[in-house]
Design a protein around this ligand. Structure first.
Ligand code: NAG
Length: 252
């Protein structure tokens, strides 16, 4: 090979390496994937109708189904991330299956502070506890635990935001669920037809409370998610609403 051809060869190689580097940089900074681990709990039916730490009830009736996850303490953030959506991908393990899953946070994977090692849900660990059908889409069942990459994604929901009115005439508790977009309510306000906007406070999970009595008034809601976006739903409940009823508002 002549020296000219050699020089061309070196140039092509350097250019190819530069391009590979560029692709690497672009890929590693892409869309904020982070590292965590995933396990599974229970049988094939997920959390089903069990009420978890987010306060949701029947996950199938509420539209979440099996595509759910419990979050470790550090991801759960005192329930503030209830309703958030994540995409997970197994990586760097012989137990991985290709592809990704999309799940909604509906529960807490509790810490055990007397168990110093081996509890994957203790802070500061990032961990997803999945239903068996979700886990086995990205990992082999007998692996038990797999390393995953995860990222927040927009939630896709059918229909509007749902407001389930619980409590009693002196204390109103509203479960807010089926939120699209960021998925996690960070602020909820309520308005009766005879009142101004009333700030609700988080009781637990996605249950919001007020002691203002709104019986006999139609109800409006403002829901804000962690991205700062707000959706206002006017008069979602008529003035003869009852405790135990669920109403549907607008959607992000
Ligand atoms: C927490 O961990 C300790 C030590 O391993 C164990 O004895 C205990 O049963 C655990 N508690 C719960 C609630 O799992």
């Amino acid at each position: 090979m002549g020296s000219y051809e050699y020089q061309i060869g070196v140039m092509v190689m350097v250019m190819a390496m530069a391009m590979l580097c560029l692709v690497g940089v672009v890929m590693s900074s892409q869309d904020g994937w982070d590292n965590a681990h995933a396990t599974f709990y229970g049988g094939d039916h997920g959390e089903g109708t069990m009420q978890g730490a987010c306060g949701y009830g029947d996950l199938f009736k509420q539209g979440y189904g099996l595509e759910t996850t419990a979050l470790s303490v550090s991801l759960f953030n005192d329930g503030k991330t209830c309703g958030a959506c994540y995409e997970l991908q197994c990586y760097d393990s012989p137990w991985c299956k290709p592809g990704t899953i999309k799940v909604t946070a509906t529960n807490l994977c509790p810490a055990n502070y007397t168990q110093k090692t081996g509890n994957w849900c203790n802070p500061p660990l990032k961990h997803f506890d999945l239903s068996v059908p979700m886990f086995t889409k990205i990992g082999v069942y007998k692996a038990g635990i797999i390393p995953v990459k995860y990222r927040r994604i927009p939630c896709v929901r059918s229909g509007g935001i749902k407001f389930e009115i619980q409590g009693n005439p002196w204390w109103m508790l509203v479960l807010v669920y089926n939120i699209a977009g960021d998925g996690d309510a960070t602020d909820v306000k309520i308005k009766g037809s005879n009142t101004g906007w009333i700030q609700m406070t988080r009781n637990w999970g996605q249950k919001w409370q007020t002691w203002v009595q709104l019986n006999g008034q139609s109800l409006s809601f403002q829901v804000t998610t962690s991205d700062g976006k707000m959706v206002q739903s006017d008069d979602v409940a008529p003035k003869d609403w009852q405790f135990g009823q669920t109403f549907e508002g607008k959607q992000f």
